[in-house]
Write a protein that binds this ligand. Structure first.
Ligand code: CP
Ligand code: NVA
Length: 315
């Protein structure tokens, strides 16, 4: 397909930086690339380009889908472990950014502090793609939106997504994604685990413009009433391992997608989870394996959604 060049050179740090129309276009490209790949191939988009993939946290989906994705577009992926780079021994981010910009065509980074990714983007003169920080996970939500459109149709306005659990990076990117697309979003979070106030305030502002509704509840059943999409994520994210016991106490027995919670959602509701999942904690095995689960289609769509990001952004 012919794709616009108007996004070439831009970073992909947060869905907040793009309009609802931009995101819808990214999703159209993702759908087209998915179709083209299944029909034969997509090698012509980024011939000879190199994507650096810098990780200071673990990954299965992000690492493999970016590596395979850049390959399928005609380029090469280079895995860079934070521990092995000089950055792990204290070389400044701003120096690393300028050096890597001389070798690579784009960098995908997964790390802890969102401010580190912003600093990398400030000093690099190639596109920086956020592959997850403590604050946001925009690539995941692009794949989530693609999956929701596949099941519920392209018009996301008026749909209701309910997020059960921790007000974490997933909750934040889902707030931005829902608000930008005009989709209603409710959250059920235990007290003390609400989303970041600034992210919530900004998402609410966007929601007012797009005509959608956002609200935090304590009770999952109240939040999930009539939902089209139920979403959850782990109770303790990467980097929060030391808080696992305390978090378990706050979430256990209440903040879980299970068959009882499914009954309050719409009959044709779908269930999403970014993965990895902890069965028996935030979601039951029965729901993961059950007829409402779209979780493995969602995981597949990481590949297609991120190929759209790379094809559109990498010059
Ligand atoms: N959902 C997700 O980002 O998975 P990985 O941590 O395996 O990359
Ligand atoms: N909230 C999780 C998402 C993993 C994809 C984490 O940050 O560990």
């Amino acid at each position: 397909m012919e794709i616009t060049t108007k996004y070439k050179g831009r970073d992909f740090l947060s869905l907040y930086d793009y309009t609802g129309e931009d995101i819808a276009y990214f999703l159209d490209v993702a759908d087209a690339l998915k179709k083209e790949q299944k029909e034969g191939g997509t090698m012509g988009y980024l011939p000879g380009r190199t994507l650096g993939m810098l990780f200071t946290k673990s990954s299965t989906r992000t690492r493999v889908s970016f590596q395979v994705g850049i390959h399928q577009l005609g380029g090469t992926g280079l895995f860079l472990s934070g521990n092995d780079l000089q950055i792990g021994r204290g070389e400044p981010i701003k120096d690393t950014a300028r050096v890597l910009s001389r070798y690579l065509d784009a960098i995908m980074i997964r790390t802890f502090a969102h401010s580190d990714v912003e600093e990398l983007a400030e000093y690099a003169d190639i596109p920086i793609i956020n592959g997850l920080t403590d604050l946001l996970h925009p690539c995941q939500v692009l794949a989530d939106l693609q999956t929701i459109r596949e099941y519920k149709g392209k018009n996301l306005k008026g749909l209701k997504l309910t997020y059960i659990g921790d007000g974490n990076n997933m909750a934040h990117s889902l707030l931005y994604g829902s608000a930008k697309m005009g989709m209603d979003m409710t959250l059920a979070c235990p007290e003390g685990y609400d989303p970041d106030e600034e992210v919530f305030r900004r998402a609410k502002e966007v929601a007012e413009e797009s005509g959608s509704f956002i609200k935090i509840y304590r009770d999952p059943e109240e939040a999930a009433e009539g939902a089209d999409v139920l979403y959850t994520d782990v109770w303790a994210s990467m980097g929060q391992e030391g808080e696992a016991a305390q978090r378990r106490q706050a979430f256990e027995g209440i903040y879980q997608i299970n068959d009882d919670l499914m009954k309050v959602a719409k009959d044709d509701a779908i269930v999403l989870h970014c993965l990895p999942a902890h069965r028996g904690e935030e979601i039951t095995d029965a729901v993961m394996e059950g007829k409402h689960s779209a979780i493995f289609d969602e995981a597949e769509n990481r590949l297609h959604a991120q190929k759209a990001v790379m094809a559109l952004l990498i010059p």
